[in-house]
Design a protein around this ligand. Structure first.
Ligand code: PLP
Length: 391
């Protein structure tokens, strides 16, 4: 009975809505996408929500909307999926990496100041694993220097920071609906913003730079003439995807409640396994979306390395994830940014210890117990005797 790393929770509501969409005669962006945008904006307390084909697409559009000039710098974290940095580069910017906090693996806001330059244009926090970054500290730095804050909120659908929902704080926040994320549309994403002008530009960039809702012309209500005011891309979400998203969004609170129960069960059980250290909690009030359950391996206490440990756990039928290999360790960024290991000591060290355990609403309590059992047996089989521990 293998336990996969991830599995989406899709119910009859999603299936029936997709079927209704298929039967309706309109399957690309249209009324269901518009409804999903309205309901998502209301759910996170944002004035505007722009549905896109992925968070990667959303980040690309948000960075394009900054109108970066060559050499402009964007501050972000190395502990993220490559999309965060790749889209900064694609929009013409230079990523500047700031080290992370050892407990939460979130961007360390106290270290931002020393990486600022005359070329800095934006700060991009990533709410790692579903815990919010220190947004008061980040927005204070940004507003004193006229920088934009673009949040990579791929892990943070449902996250709250000091009573405020992620999606209502930065200049823009970008969410992901990839199947492993807290809610899914198969593939998809959403950008939220309070800025009406930014929202208008994002909508233009999302669809060829063409200002017009094609679906409103369906049935002959509008003439098919068009104009292009910006060289846009094609990053729209389809109604087939929005049909899934509308129902996933309604289930979000229940999904997070179940994720929290499972995470607490891991916390209690792993307290007995000192070789596996879960993440720490942020010191301020928050709602943790429990997107990932990441642990750090005490490599020094074991006779095998992290890669062999993960292989042994997977061979025993438990799927694992890796979030993330620090960006400065990836070939392209090592070449582009140089060797940053000494400048980013926490990310460098954590990147070699971490892996992610299965965590999703479809898991049973017994599944958590099975995962912990496999982890415990793997630790026991490879524990160094105290005498053989390296000095
Ligand atoms: C998943 C993820 C993305 C990309 O999301 P897609 O919807 O797959 O494009 C970006 N940033 C982070 C931190 C992610 O985890």
């Amino acid at each position: 009975m293998a336990i996969p790393f991830s599995r989406p929770s899709i119910g009859e509501e999603e299936i029936e809505e997709v079927v209704a969409c298929l039967r309706s005669g309109w399957i690309t962006s249209g009324p269901r996408t518009a409804r999903f945008e309205q309901e998502f904006a209301a759910a996170v307390g944002a004035a505007h929500a722009i549905a896109v084909s992925s968070a990667t697409a959303g980040l690309h559009l948000a960075f394009l909307a900054l109108d970066l000039r060559p050499g402009d710098e964007v501050i972000t974290t190395p502990m993220t999926w490559p999309a965060t940095l790749n889209t900064i580069v694609q929009a013409g910017g230079q990523p500047v990496l700031v080290d992370i906090e050892p407990g939460t693996l979130n961007l360390d806001a106290e270290l931002i100041e020393r990486k600022l330059s005359k070329k800095t244009r934006a700060i991009v926090p990533v709410h790692f694993a579903g815990q919010p970054c220190d947004m008061d500290a980040i927005t204070a730095i940004a507003s004193s220097r006229h920088l934009r804050v673009i949040e990579d909120a791929a892990h943070a659908v449902g996250t709250e920071y000091r009573g405020r929902k992620i999606g209502s704080i930065g200049d823009a926040a970008v969410f992901s609906f990839h199947p492993i994320k807290n809610i899914t549309t198969g593939e998809g994403g959403m950008i939220t913003t309070a800025d009406a002008d930014l929202a208008r530009r994002l909508r233009l960039l999302r669809f060829h730079g063409v200002e017009r809702d094609a679906w409103k012309a369906y049935g002959g209500a509008q003439l098919p003439f068009y104009d292009v005011s910006l060289p846009g891309l094609k990053y729209n979400l389809t109604d087939l995807q929005a049909a899934i998203g509308i129902h996933q969004l309604r289930k979000l609170d229940g999904f997070i409640a179940r994720r929290e129960e499972l995470a607490c069960r891991y916390d209690r059980a792993l307290a007995e396994v000192p070789e596996l250290r879960p993440l720490g909690r942020v010191p301020y009030s928050c709602r943790h979306a429990h997107h990932l359950y990441v642990v750090r391996l005490d490599r020094e206490g074991l006779s095998i390395d992290r890669e062999a440990f993960m292989a042994a756990v997977q061979a025993a039928g438990v799927g694992l994830g890796l979030h993330f290999t620090a960006a400065h360790q990836l070939s392209y960024y090592r070449q582009r940014l140089g060797n940053l290991e000494a400048e980013l000591p926490v990310a460098t060290d954590e990147s070699r210890r971490i892996f992610s355990l299965p965590l999703y609403p479809a898991m049973s309590d017994g599944d958590v117990d099975t995962v912990v059992d496999v982890l415990t047996r793997t630790v026991q089989a490879h524990r160094r005797s105290p005498g053989s521990r390296p000095a």
